[in-house]
Write a protein of this length. Structure first.
Length: 320
């Protein structure tokens, strides 16, 4: 069975000129998204995540490379791309004073959809995202989670094959985030929509994504399923919190001597390292710290996370 490809980018670049200097925001990335996937595009601020997204959505012209998005060439048929994709920006797209139904119909008409069809589709999408009772309400009267789901309705009103969600849960409380995640999964499971999701939340990418692309300094540094990426980090993560930076430096030297330990990462008064078996290594480490007169005020042992993957690949935390 042939797998349909929704995005195929090769050598995609974006270079800016600022104060006479060229800045490579995106340095020739290759990426593939298959139909029916939820793909998480993960990276810290300034990594090139938003620039890549804007290029794929035709909001920013590439300065190099090529891409086929939803069957249309990004460079030669940008209008064709726009007709087939949905885009939900981080900032949202609704006016607080506008009535929900009016906003949906107006947005649909931009795609040449008549009022009757727009109303029927809009009400169907609202119901699918648990917003059946908001048609006659103003957008400003909705909660943060409801407005994000309304943004998604707006992005789906023309039945796109592919939808781009830019930081969809930023600013939401934990309950609203979890609720939104359920509805994002339903886009793929119920509506058959391919989802390209940008985020800098590790738990969001881990929970939602069939596959993850990690970008840093304008290049893709890793890709795979969440489970596959975590396998790239050997063993368990130990995090020590010390009273001061001097103790952290000394603790880092002691931790480095543990059997099978990797090179510890020291950030101010926090030491992070990986060991093959955290349960066995921790008592030995604490005994050595006590013998050296170092008091650890916090200790955590965890299985690898996506942040650990990023730390291993780049030497810094995803949220830095």
């Amino acid at each position: 069975m042939t797998m349909v490809t929704m995005i195929e980018a090769k050598g995609l670049k974006r270079t800016y000129t600022a104060r006479g200097k060229q800045i490579e925001a995106v340095r020739g990335i290759d990426l593939t998204v298959r139909a029916g996937e939820i793909v998480g595009f993960l990276g810290p601020n300034g990594a090139g995540k938003t620039t890549t997204l804007k290029m794929l959505c035709t909001l920013l012209a590439p300065t190099g490379g090529s891409a086929i998005v939803a069957g249309s060439d990004l460079r030669t048929d940008a209008v064709g791309v726009r007709r087939k994709i949905g885009y939900v920006s981080q900032a949202g797209s609704t006016s607080p004073e506008a009535v929900v139904g009016d906003e949906i119909i107006s947005h649909a008409q931009l795609y040449g959809i008549d009022r009757a069809t727009a109303k029927a589709r809009g009400q169907e999408l609202l119901a699918a995202l648990d917003l059946s009772d908001v048609w006659a309400r103003t957008c400003g009267s909705l909660s943060g989670g409801q407005r994000r789901r309304l943004d998604i309705v707006m992005g789906l009103i023309h039945k796109p094959e592919l939808v781009f969600l830019d930081e969809p849960s930023t600013g939401l409380d934990p309950q609203s985030r979890a609720n939104l995640w359920k509805h994002i999964r339903s886009l793929r499971d119920t509506l058959g929509t391919t989802v390209f999701l940008t985020t800098h939340y590790m738990d969001e990418a881990d929970s939602l994504s069939d596959r993850i692309l990690i970008i840093d300094n304008g290049t893709i540094v890793a890709e795979g399923t969440p489970a596959d990426l975590k396998k790239r980090v050997s063993g368990d993560a130990i995090t020590l919190t010390l009273r001061n930076e001097a103790d952290a430096a000394r603790a880092g030297g002691i931790a480095a001597a543990l059997e099978g330990a990797d090179e510890p990462a020291i950030d101010a008064h926090v030491v992070r390292l990986h060991v093959p078996d955290g349960a066995r290594a921790l008592p030995v480490l604490l005994a050595e710290l006590t013998r050296a007169g170092i008091d650890a005020i916090g200790v955590d042992v965890n299985r690898p996370t996506l942040d650990d993957v990023f730390l291993t690949l780049t030497g810094r935390s995803l949220r830095d």
